[in-house]
Design a binder for this molecule. Structure first.
Ligand code: C2E
Ligand code: CA
Ligand code: CA
Ligand code: CA
Length: 275
C-alpha cells in the first residue's frame, strides 16, 4: 500500500510540475510572441439560415514556431490568471479594427467583427479609453466593432463595469452578452443591463438532444431576448436538425461548425464577402 501511495503522489507531482512548466513557458514567451505577431485573428461567421454572413467573431490562435497552431485552450486561462490577458485583447481589438478599416476602404460597411473582452480587462485597463481610441485611430464606425462580454463581467454587483459598458453603448458600440445562461445570475442581470445581442451558451443547445425540458428552456430564452428587444444568436450549431429547431423557435442568427469553424481572415473574405 505504501508503495502505491508513493507512486500516486509521484504521479500527481509530475502532472502538477508539467502544468507549472507549461504555464511558465507561456508567460515567458508571451511578450515576444506579441511582438513577433505570432497571435492570429481567426474569424467564425455569424450567419442567417442560408449561411449568409452578417459578420464574424474574432477568435485568437497562436501560431507557435515549435508547437504549431495553438487554440485558446492552451493559453487564455494562464493569461487571465497572470493578468497578461489585456495585452492580447488590446492586440486583437486592434487587428479587428485594422481589418474593418480595410474593408471600409474597399466599400464594405456591411460586415461587423465581434471581439472578446475578458472580465479581467475591466480591472486591468481603462476599457472605454482604449476601445474608443482604437476606433478613432482606424476611423471606423463603432457599431462595426461588436463587443462580446460574458455575463460574469456584468453581474449586478459590478456597478462600475455596468457603467463602462453603458458608456460604450452610448458611444455607439453594440454590446453582446456572451455565454448567456452559463452563470448563476443571468436573469437578474438582464434587468439591469442594456445590451444589443444575446448569445446563448452552447450548453443549452446540447441540453435539447431528445429532451423536451431543454427545448422549452431554449425556446423561452429566445423569445425573452426578442421581447427585450435584443438580437439572439445561438452558438455551437452543428447539425441541420438543430438549425431547423432553432429557426422554428424564432432564432435567426447562428454561429457553429455546421456553417464554418473559425478560419483565417483571407479564407473568410473569399468565402463570405463577395456575395
Ligand atoms: P467563446 O467566446 O465562447 O467562443 C466560442 C468558442 O466555441 C470558440 O472556441 C469556437 O471555436 C467554439 N465553437 C464555435 N462553434 C462551435 C460548434 O459548433 N461546436 C463546438 N464544439 N465549438 C464551437 P475557441 O476559438 O477555442 O475559443 C475558446 C474560448 O477562448 C472563447 O470562447 C473565449 O472565451 C476565449 N477566447 C478566444 N479568443 C479570445 C480573445 O481574443 N480574447 C479573449 N479574452 N478570449 C478569447
Ligand atoms: Ca465570445
Ligand atoms: Ca460564447
Ligand atoms: Ca466561453
Amino acid at each position: 500500500i505504501k508503495n502505491n501511495y508513493e507512486t500516486n503522489i509521484a504521479y500527481y507531482d509530475d502532472k502538477l510540475l508539467k502544468r507549472t512548466l507549461e504555464e511558465r513557458r507561456v508567460i515567458s514567451e508571451f511578450e515576444g510572441a506579441i511582438e513577433k505577431k505570432e497571435f492570429k485573428m481567426f474569424l467564425q461567421p455569424q450567419v442567417n439560415t442560408h449561411g449568409k454572413a452578417y459578420g464574424a467573431e474574432a477568435l485568437v490562435r497562436w501560431q507557435h514556431p515549435e508547437r504549431g497552431l495553438l487554440s485558446p485552450f492552451f493559453f487564455i486561462d494562464i493569461l487571465e490568471t497572470t493578468g497578461l490577458i489585456y495585452k492580447l485583447d488590446m492586440y486583437m481589438w486592434e487587428c479587428a479594427a485594422a481589418k474593418l478599416s480595410e474593408w471600409k476602404k474597399k466599400g464594405d460597411t456591411v460586415h461587423y467583427i465581434s471581439v472578446n473582452i475578458s472580465t479581467k480587462d475591466f480591472y486591468l485597463i481603462d476599457v472605454y479609453e482604449v476601445i474608443t481610441s482604437i476606433v478613432k485611430k482606424y476611423d471606423i464606425e463603432p457599431k462595426m466593432l461588436k463587443l462580446e462580454i460574458t455575463e460574469t463581467a456584468l453581474m449586478s454587483d459590478l456597478k462600475k463595469n455596468m457603467e463602462v459598458i453603458k458608456s460604450l453603448r452610448d458611444y455607439g458600440f453594440k454590446i453582446e452578452i456572451d455565454d448567456f445562461g452559463s452563470g448563476y445570475s443571468s436573469l437578474n442581470m438582464l434587468k439591469d443591463i442594456s445590451a444589443d445581442v444575446l448569445k446563448i451558451d452552447m450548453a443549452f443547445l446540447r441540453a435539447t438532444e431528445n429532451e423536451v425540458k431543454g427545448q422549452d428552456i431554449l425556446e423561452t430564452i429566445i423569445s425573452l431576448g426578442g421581447k427585450l428587444g435584443m438580437e439572439v444568436i445561438t452558438e455551437g450549431v452543428e447539425t441541420d436538425k438543430q438549425l431547423i429547431m432553432l429557426t422554428e423557435m424564432g432564432c435567426h442568427i447562428f454561429q457553429g461548425y455546421y456553417f464554418s469553424k473559425p478560419i483565417p481572415v483571407e479564407e473568410f473574405e473569399q468565402k463570405y464577402m463577395n456575395e
